[in-house]
Design a protein around this ligand. Sequence first.
Ligand code: HEC
Ligand code: HEC
Length: 398
Amino acid sequence: MKKTILPLAIIACIFSCRDDGDNFSSTISTETGETIVNYATVDSMFAGIIDLNKLANYSNQDLPTYITKDNTLGNSISNEGATLGRVLFYDKELSIDKSLSCGSCHKQVSGFGDTKLQSDGVNGGLTARHSMRLINSRFSTERKFFWDERANSLEEQTTMPIQDHAEMGFSGQNGNPNLNDLLTRLQEIEYYKELFAFVYGDSIVSETRIQNSLAQFIRSIQSFDSKFDVGLTQANNLNANFSNYTAEENQGKLLFLSPPNQGGAGCQSCHSAPEFDIDPNTRNNGVIATIGSTTLDLINTRAPSLRDVVGHNGVSNGQLMHDGSLTSLAAVIDHYNLITPNQANNNLDNRLRGGGGPGGGQGQSLNLTQTEKDNLVAFLQTLSGTDVYTNQKWSDPF
Ligand code: HEC
Ligand code: HEC
């Protein structure tokens, strides 16, 4: 059994900051006035999976020196916080009918994305857009999240699906419970009393604490064991040929990195290597459909990192783009090879208008040969790792 002795100030808060008179069965006051939290429920529920005396390493993972972008602002990863985040991420208590968790739509085997076009939400609903992979979410210049960037930070993002009526359902609308009801629900759960006390010094469940721990867990999900990483480490120069690459993969890399006016495909200007994160200033890329509707969806200007865009050996991590309209990397390359601007698309990025400004330009025509297309696909497949799909520390602890 593990014991934490809480500082007196926090003990005072436990008893005075709450007014509902709950008894803290996991909190024991001793004769000397110390408060001891025991972790009996966590110990027994997650036996062999989570050991609070020997936490998995989330905070101090190896990071290649060439990875420099980081969207963490003041909520850096701790092993304690990410462990709580892991439990929350996989806990079905976070949906109104206890039917699904974050992990139901963000599956580890699929790069924390979903192979379903639209993911199943509560009450038989479906998500409006395709689920996004959550690999290397931390390593970007962009700090906003979702396809349309409607969340201003990862922290803010994490409680939005909980409150989405079609996702986890704590919307507070049409008689449905709201986020406060969820906080009350979690507050009653013994393992959360223990885990929140373990991480934050007292067992109070708050929205901010949920956001911070979920964001820490998601930021910890990193993948840097790809063929690309081996090559870049050896070459120490993004533009040099990689000695572990085939000639095809090296040509694909060159095409990815080079702008269209130099015979390249121009991908680097929006999905910048080595993080392959999205340019915060891009507008849409010409994929503008809404699933199951003829309404145009022009506001999607974010993509997850192109690392692990497919799984190892080209295995699908699910359909691509916000509307899942492209089902293979080959189809993606065909899309960018020829973009004919839709007159109704006033938000197409200028870089894809073939040189013209908004309203002008004939669209993008890269004129790639079949070999060049194949080589681009071969290169994109080198961006996938292996560890992230199987590492226990990111798996379901329930
Ligand atoms: C019912 C399926 C579903 C559930 C449950 C769900 N998500 Fe998502 N998630 C999605 C979809 C769909 C999107 C893209 C939605 C959009 O952009 O409009 C998304 C997007 C995200 C993103 C944005 C990624 C990026 O790169 O911008 C994050 C982060 C995320 N989800 C985390 C979570 C967390 C944390 C939970 C649990 C609290 C959760 N999701 C629960 C389906 C789901
Ligand atoms: C002008 C900026 C821009 C350029 C140039 C660009 N992209 Fe994109 N890319 C985007 C945006 C924005 C999205 C998100 C689109 C959406 O789903 O609505 C995206 C999405 C993608 C996706 C889907 C990601 C996912 O998780 O489903 C892939 C794959 C992709 N791009 C590959 C490429 C390749 C390869 C090139 C070069 C041939 C390229 N992109 C050039 C902006 C760009």
